[in-house]
Design a protein. Sequence first.
Length: 188
Amino acid sequence: MASTSDIKNGLCMKYNHDIYTVVEFLHVKPGKGPAFVRTKLKSLTTGKVVDNTFPAGHKIETVRVERRKYQYLYKDDMGYHFMDTETYAQVFLQETILSRPELMKEGSNIEILFNTADDTPLTAEMPQYIVLEVTYTEPGVKGDTATNATKPATVETGAEIKVPLFINQGDLIKIDTRSASYVERAKK
C-alpha cells in the first residue's frame, strides 16, 4: 500500500475496481483546512479520463507494471499481432487496447504495458511521432499556402490525416500519434 505522497505521473493504481494511471497531479495545501491531492486519472481498460481528489495521507493500492518493446507484425481476424524484440515471442491484442491502430505501420516498434501480477497486457503505447508517406491527396496549387487551410490526405497505413495545402502525394509527413495530427514535413 502506498499513500498520496507517493503519487507521481505514470503511477498505476487500482481505483473503483479498475486500473488507472496518473496523468496529472497537484499537491494542494490550502491556508485553511487539510491538504489534498488533485489528480487526473486515465483508465487503462477503457481509456476514460477522470478527475479525482484524494485527502492527504489517503492509502492507495499501486499496481506494478512492466514495459516491454514489441514490433508490429500484421493484423488479421484475431487482432493485431506483435513480436517481442528480445525473446521473439508473439502476442496478439484486440483493437480496444490500442490507442491509434490506424497509424501503425508493419515493422514499427511500440511499448506494451503488462500487469506483472498476471502478465496481462494493459495498454499499448506508440512513439509520440511517426513518419509516414502520403499515398493520396489532391494536388496543391502554388499560392494556396497563405492561410491555415487543410485538406484530407491518405497515408500509407490507410489513415486519413488533415494536412496543409502544400503537401503532395509522395511526401513524407511527421504525425503526432496522440492526436493523429500533422506536425511537419519530413525529409526523405
